[in-house]
Design a protein around this ligand. Structure first.
Ligand SMILES: Nc1nc2c(c(=O)[nH]1)N[C@H]1C(S)=C(S)[C@@H](COP(=O)(O)OP(=O)(O)OC[C@H]3O[C@@H](n4cnc5c(N)ncnc54)[C@H](O)[C@@H]3O)O[C@H]1N2
Ligand code: MOO
Length: 416
């Protein structure tokens, strides 16, 4: 049985338990909508796409040359009875032992079954017959693309839930689709909290810090297919926060950073509790131990409060928020994708805590994946995220990784 947010009290949670409990905040995917294929990049299919034609639609030539009606493997001279061009069907039947000139993509005329490239013909291509240089090398049926060999009519090349990347868009277009059913994009209300947090462009307050988190989160949210409602920076003021939350909870998810650790959270905590139900957790991970979760308003809008430290924000987003956004968009497998890599160096952690170090993975001289850390790992050191192409995940059961030992990595999306 999966526990909900509120069954977990003050205990220290494992990353996996926290991830599972958070997913209960999104019991079903969002509704779906029909969008033009030209606007569908990055969206998730809400219904499968069934092939109602064969692709290719016609058996056709894969090379420019001749298409012949195969008779005898030893035949060297082939009479030419016409020309088949792409987009122009050659309607006549080609008698056995003769051929037509053909271009790549042209439908194979009736009677023909084999294509020979123009480069392998010795005599004038435009004459009444052609000569094949090496007839013994010709295989019956070569250089022919069969109707339906890519997608057969009636098959389901794109299942519901597929992300429409470049290949999937091309595939839907190849089937003649103009519109697709996709899950609605989740709208996410976002704000930073803290009296010290200053908007870029404003003079930096004494003891202040510029608001990095709203910008890392905007990027991460866009990457995950969400639409962002940016509510700016909220001071530690119960009334202001309550007002903002009333607006925020019209969204599909409310996401904040800061103000969730001991003693920090009082104002936010009260405002949140006024409007919904919240749990404050300690999760056994570094960075990102404190986390708030729950729901707001009559619609039970999910709420996730990430810790304030900029690296903790990014790490906890990838572990806990990205799965929610994937679930909203119809994904059933929302767990982070992992690879194994050999560590170049000694890495330390603590038993009963999952550490996420920022790492760089690459292919070593022996062809195996290797990984090294990006250096200083403080949870405020945002440059460590910039340098990284993966998170190194040191599982709860381990306290060290020795040089040469294998460790889990979670590749980060390029440009994160
Ligand atoms: N007694 C305890 N103290 C702390 C604990 C704890 O368990 N017990 N946890 C520590 C950990 S771990 C973290 S992470 C932080 C999280 O605290 P909060 O979520 O309350 O975050 P803040 O205190 O508001 O901020 C932490 C840190 O991050 C800076 N910050 C905040 N917002 C932004 C922003 N938008 N852009 C850039 N930087 C931001 C803030 O100035 C602080 O330096 O608590 C520890 N303490
Ligand atoms: O989340 Mo905190 O960043 O572990 O220091």
């Amino acid at each position: 049985m999966t526990l909900s947010c509120f069954d977990l009290g003050e205990q220290m949670l494992s990353v996996e338990a926290a991830r599972e409990a958070l997913l209960t905040l999104v019991p079903t995917p969002l509704g779906h909508e029909r969008v033009p294929l030209s606007n569908a990049y990055g969206r998730y299919l809400a219904a499968p796409i069934v092939a109602d034609i064969d692709v290719p639609a016609h058996t056709n030539a894969a090379m420019d040359g001749i298409a012949l009606a195969w008779r005898d493997a030893r035949q060297t001279h082939w009479p030419v009875v016409g020309t088949a061009l792409a987009g122009h069907v050659f309607a006549e039947h080609v008698p056995a032992g003769s051929c037509v000139r053909i271009t790549t993509g042209a439908a194979l005329p009736k009677g023909t079954d084999t294509v020979i490239m123009r480069e392998q013909l010795t005599q004038g291509f435009d004459g009444a017959s052609v000569e094949v240089t090496h007839p013994e090398r010709v295989r019956s049926g070569q250089h022919v693309r069969q109707a339906g060999e890519d997608m057969a009519r009636g098959s389901i090349p794109l299942a519901a839930g597929t992300r429409l990347g470049a290949a999937a868009l091309g595939l839907a277009a190849a089937l003649g689709q103009t519109d697709v059913y996709v899950y609605r994009r989740p709208t996410v209300a976002l704000f930073s909290t803290g009296d010290e947090v200053t908007a870029p462009g404003e003079p930096l307050l004494a003891g202040g810090v510029y608001d990095a988190n709203r910008f890392t989160l905007r990027g991460l949210l866009q990457q995950a297919g969400a639409e962002v409602l940016d509510l700016g920076i909220l001071p530690d003021d119960r009334e202001v926060i309550t007002q903002a939350l009333e607006q925020a909870m019209q969204s599909d998810l409310v996401l904040t950073s800061g103000g969730v650790s001991m003693g920090q959270a009082d104002v936010t905590r009260q405002a949140l509790s006024d409007l919904g139900r919240l749990a404050f957790w300690r999760v056994a991970l570094r960075p990102g131990r404190p986390l708030a979760c729950g729901w707001l308003g009559k619609a039970c809008t999910p709420f996730v409060g990430l810790p304030g430290n900029p690296v903790a924000v990014m790490v906890t987003f990838t572990q806990f928020v990205a799965p929610l956004l994937a679930r909203f968009q119809g994904q059933s497998d929302t767990s982070p994708k992992r690879l194994l890599a050999v560590s170049d160096e000694a890495l330390t952690s603590r038993v009963e805590r999952t550490d996420f170090l920022r790492g760089v993975y690459y292919t070593g001289p022996d062809g195996r994946l290797r990984v090294r850390s990006t250096g200083a790992q403080g949870s405020g050191v945002l440059t460590s995220m910039l340098a990284a192409n993966c998170l190194i995940e040191i599982a709860e059961a381990r306290d060290t990784v020795r040089p040469g030992e294998v460790v889990d990595i979670q590749p980060l999306i390029e440009g994160l």
